[in-house]
Design a protein around this ligand. Structure first.
Ligand SMILES: [Ca+2]
Length: 459
């Protein structure tokens, strides 16, 4: 982009110099003699009615019009046709180059390079998170670079491949943690309720982790290829992969170790992990960081990884921690009716036990307001949404910026509010901005997520 802009500016300057050398402004070469730009009363009336921003733009235009108003083009010396053509060539080529540079630049800044680190299996909100990431990719808002899976359950990454296939995004890299964590007390992999159906009955090139590299390898290759300070990572599962990344050594992809590589390439990490006041109490453990201790997972191979990752994340990387999602539902009956049976995202919600038809976990207020059964809570989709769109676009706000988060070995987290000694921290907690009442802001977020889920793949 910089090269294009520099070339454009150089050519544009050449055009101006040539025009100046001929003593005849280019715009005059084709203007009728003695023509004058006329300001109307309507222009001034409109200015008074316009917003402040519009007034500023029109004031600039009016000023330039007034400067031109007295110009009498017939007084200029005639220029040769050759010099006029040369001026046009320089100016138009320069402007086109500038435009191309700006377009390229705007595209690069509008599309967020994204990696999703998921434990897809136990809960279905990982499916929603990854499906909306693909929808955001179709919209040009995200560039989903990779999906990595954070438990050893062999088929988990197969479900991610099914979703890639559905959206036609085969370029999205896949990687998997290949350790022993992810089993229950009987030594059985914890599979969840939707992965087997997706992997066995929907098309995908990858069925299990034997077909993909280790997550840390995918992380390192993808980051090494990315622009500096560009990548957003949404960690919506266990911390096994990202801790391994931070521990990693130089390899064929990069001469940097893991911390150095993250420091150079990663702009933002959004963590679905930990609990934060006032929504939730401080000092408690939560699913992702205590390695699913509530729900049958044996923690060996995972416990301590959230603690390590928080301790070793470079300070220049922005970190947003989110526990929002409890009463924000997505993937309900609206999703069932807006998409087809061939959509694996939809099928996952149907297969999940807390999915479309189970209302036991929902308040009657939310059902009434939303008008239909609500689907599943939205912890992971919100993390991905914020990683891509930022906080401003969906009524979110960053709270307690400059505070500091840490976790203990068992995965309980402790948030230290900002103060003088840690005011330079780039860590924040995600919150709603309070524009709307509690239920309305959640319903609004639900609608955003369902809008994205209902988008058919562009392919
Ligand atoms: Ca998850």
């Amino acid at each position: 982009m910089e090269m294009l802009l520099a070339l454009g500016l150089l050519l544009f300057a050449c055009g101006l110099l040539l025009e100046y050398a001929t003593h005849r402004p280019l715009r005059h070469a084709f203007a009728p003699p003695h023509s004058t730009i006329v300001m109307t009363e309507a222009d001034d009336d409109f200015m008074e009615e316009a917003s402040e921003a519009v007034v500023k733009r029109r004031s600039w235009r009016t000023k330039s019009q007034r400067m031109s108003r007295s110009a009498s083009f017939g007084e200029e010396k005639p220029a040769s046709l050759l010099s006029a053509v040369a001026s046009i060539a320089f100016l138009s080529t320069g402007l086109l180059s500038i435009y191309a540079g700006l377009v390229q630049g705007s595209t690069a800044t509008a599309s967020v390079p994204l990696i999703i680190d998921t434990d897809m299996s136990f809960d279905v909100d990982d499916v929603g998170a990854i499906c909306i990431a693909h929808a955001l990719m179709d919209l040009g808002e995200a560039e989903l670079l990779a999906v990595v899976h954070s438990s050893g359950y062999p088929e988990g990454i197969g479900a991610a491949s099914v979703i890639n296939e559905w959206y036609g995004h085969s370029s999205v890299r896949l990687g998997a943690y290949k350790g022993s964590f992810g089993k229950d007390a009987n030594g059985e992999w914890i599979s969840g309720l939707y992965v087997p159906n997706l992997v066995q009955n929907f098309p995908s090139p990858v069925k299990n982790l034997s077909q993909v590299p280790e997550s840390v390898e995918v992380y390192r290759q993808t980051l090494a290829e990315a622009a500096d300070s560009s990548v957003a990572i949404a960690v919506i599962g266990f911390a096994t992969n990202i801790a391994a990344l931070l521990r990693s050594s130089p390899d064929r992809y990069s001469a940097l170790n893991g911390v150095e590589l993250v420091k150079q390439k990663v702009r933002l990490v959004v963590w679905q992990g930990g609990w934060y006041e006032p929504l939730h109490p401080d000092g408690h453990s939560t699913f992702n960081w205590d390695c699913g201790s509530c729900c049958g997972y044996q923690g060996v191979g995972c416990l301590g990884e959230a603690q390590y990752a928080l301790q070793h994340m470079p300070a220049n990387v922005e970190q947003i921690f989110t526990d929002l999602g409890d009463a924000i539902y997505h993937g309900g009956s609206r999703f069932r009716s807006c998409s087809s049976a061939s959509n694996p995202c939809r099928q996952a919600y149907i297969d999940h036990s807390w999915g479309l038809d189970d209302l036991s976990d929902v308040s009657s207020t939310l059902i009434d307001m939303y008008g239909h059964p609500p689907g599943r809570q939205s912890w992971d989709p919100i993390a991905v949404l914020v990683a891509v769109r930022g906080v401003a676009s969906e009524q979110f706000v960053l709270d307690q910026s400059g505070g500091y988060n840490r976790a203990d070995f068992a995965g309980a987290n402790f948030w230290t509010p900002p103060n003088e000694s840690i005011r330079l921290s780039k860590q924040s907690i995600l919150a709603f901005d309070g524009t709307y009442p509690w239920y309305a802001e959640r319903l609004s977020a639900s609608a955003v997520l369902d809008d994205l889920l209902c988008r058919p793949p562009r392919k």
